[in-house]
Design a protein around this ligand. Structure first.
Ligand code: GDP
Length: 452
């Protein structure tokens, strides 16, 4: 029998309202002891999910707060257990005092994610939906939030379940024919299932592909601003951010280290990194900065190469353009567009935008050029995979499906093909939580905040 847990579910700062949650067999007796409805009735006599006004007291009956309380009984609650929620005034002191009284009445402090973990263990949520709870809370953009909300309502689980069921049907048909040869079961012909196997692999491939963008949607796109000293990199970073983050001087080599800032561009989050200007230098500190710039460029998903449009384009600039062309995504900015331009559009297939960080000219065009490099996959919300654990499970399932299809085209016997398909099923089971190891579940719920 699980014990009763409690935690403050809202933030640590002062706010209008603060919520304390209680879940477990003692939830109702605990609120009956501490919360006294204005009606004079006991809280446990109220129906599920009704908000009741009353007095919250300590165990000696001294008033702590005038607040609201609601209860939900097992199994019709978030955790699947008896639960109570106190909606107090949002003073951290009041909330802490209320929590201490709840502990004194027999509950204990909930661990991070323990409410959602109980919801999962009690079959109220699939594992992928439970993970979406943390993603929804952590979402940094509306797109991330919408995707997580759709996953919370089961978008990934539904997709995976459809593939899982198709594979299970094939496997159970095969085993039924083998195990019950005397029964009147339709002959098993693997070729008849080729279409289902192909479509399972295609769905997995599409889901895995969505992770390329989903991963960037959640963590932000690492973008490096590179170029020669004085090209206008720091000014561009400041202009994009809308405030002075990097120091701008006309002394070459001022930015000696890399500076990273988050920039929101509509649905995109860029992790913009202003780097030390790339040039030969005898200054030890500047040399280190240059090495970091080169590393930032290698790990960046987007390289924005800044070339001083008011200067001449020489060998170093051309080399920079070639480097940007090697990046996963590259873009050329011709800076200082407000000055007389000596540099014409360089010969490159990369998008090229003229920008003035002084007047703001070209900044909108630059933002559009960046956005068009990272379109969102055209799939319904919730079908963009953003979670690395889930992507790993899908990737292993896909490997097994590809092996199954290869075995089939090589003319292998059904048992060999189906062993691979069953491997795929086991990986998919990990995704929804059907077959998952305890240590993996522990790791997943550690990510949550206390009170969720
Ligand atoms: P970085 O070394 O590449 O980071 O270059 P900075 O951003 O520090 O700029 C070098 C010099 O160019 C500074 O004197 C800036 O004021 C100047 N500068 C940068 N961007 C512009 C621009 O768009 N227009 C003009 N007129 N000057 C700029």
């Amino acid at each position: 029998m699980p014990d009763t847990i409690a935690a403050i579910a809202t933030g640590a700062q002062v706010a209008a309202i603060g919520i304390v949650r209680i879940s477990g067999p003692e939830a109702l007796p605990v609120v009956d002891r501490l919360f006294h409805p204005a009606s004079g009735k006991r809280m446990s006599s109220y129906e599920n999910r009704k908000l009741v006004y009353g007095r919250l007291t300590d165990r000696n009956g001294e008033l702590l707060d005038l607040c609201l309380c609601t209860v939900s009984r097992a199994p019709n609650s978030y955790t699947g257990e008896d639960t109570a929620e106190l909606q107090c005034h949002g003073s951290p002191v009041v909330l802490r005092a209320a929590l201490d009284e709840i502990f004194a009445s027999g509950a204990r402090q909930a661990l991070p994610g323990e409410f959602t973990r109980r919801a999962f263990l009690n079959g109220r949520l699939e594992l992928s939906s439970a993970e979406a709870v943390a993603d929804l809370i952590d979402a940094e953009s509306v797109e991330c939030a919408k995707n997580a909300a759709a996953q919370l309502s089961g978008a990934v689980a539904v997709k995976i379940d459809a593939i899982y069921s198709a594979l299970r049907d094939i496997s159970s048909h095969y085993h039924a024919v083998l195990d019950y040869p005397d029964e009147d079961i339709e002959d098993f012909r693997l070729e008849g299932y080729k279409c289902e196997l192909d479509s399972a692999a295609a769905s997995l491939r599409a889901l895995l592909k969505s992770f390329e963008r989903g991963r960037l949607m959640v963590s932000g796109i690492p973008a490096a601003i590179v170029g020669r000293p004085n090209a206008g990199k720091s000014s561009l970073l400041n202009a994009l951010l809308g405030y002075e983050r990097a120091i701008v001087t006309d002394v070459p080599g001022t930015t000696r280290d890399t500076i990273e800032e988050k920039l929101r561009l509509g649905s995109l989050t860029l992790r913009l990194c202003d780097t030390a200007g790339i040039r030969e230098s005898s200054d030890r500190v500047e040399q280190l900065g240059v090495q970091r710039s080169l590393r930032a460029m290698e790990s960046a998903e987007l390289v924005i190469a800044v070339i001083d449009g008011s200067g001449d384009v020489g060998g170093e600039e051309l080399e920079l353009i070639r480097e940007a062309e090697k990046a996963r995504h590259g873009l050329i900015v011709l800076s200082k567009a407000d000055l007389e331009q000596r540099c014409t559009r360089p010969d490159t297939k990369l998008p090229c935008v003229s920008v003035s960080s002084v007047t703001g000219e070209g900044l909108d065009e630059l933002e559009s050029a960046i956005k068009s490099l990272f379109p969102l996959p055209e799939v319904p919300a919730g079908e963009i995979l953003t979670n690395a654990r889930q992507a790993d499970a899908v990737s292993r399932a896909l490997e097994s499906m590809d092996a199954a299809l290869e075995a089939m085209s090589d003319g292998c016997t059904p048992d060999i093909v189906l062993t691979e398909a069953e491997e795929a099923m086991s990986a998919l089971g990990e995704l929804t939580g059907r077959s998952i190891r305890q240590d993996v579940t522990d790791r997943i719920f550690e990510r949550f905040c206390v009170g969720k």
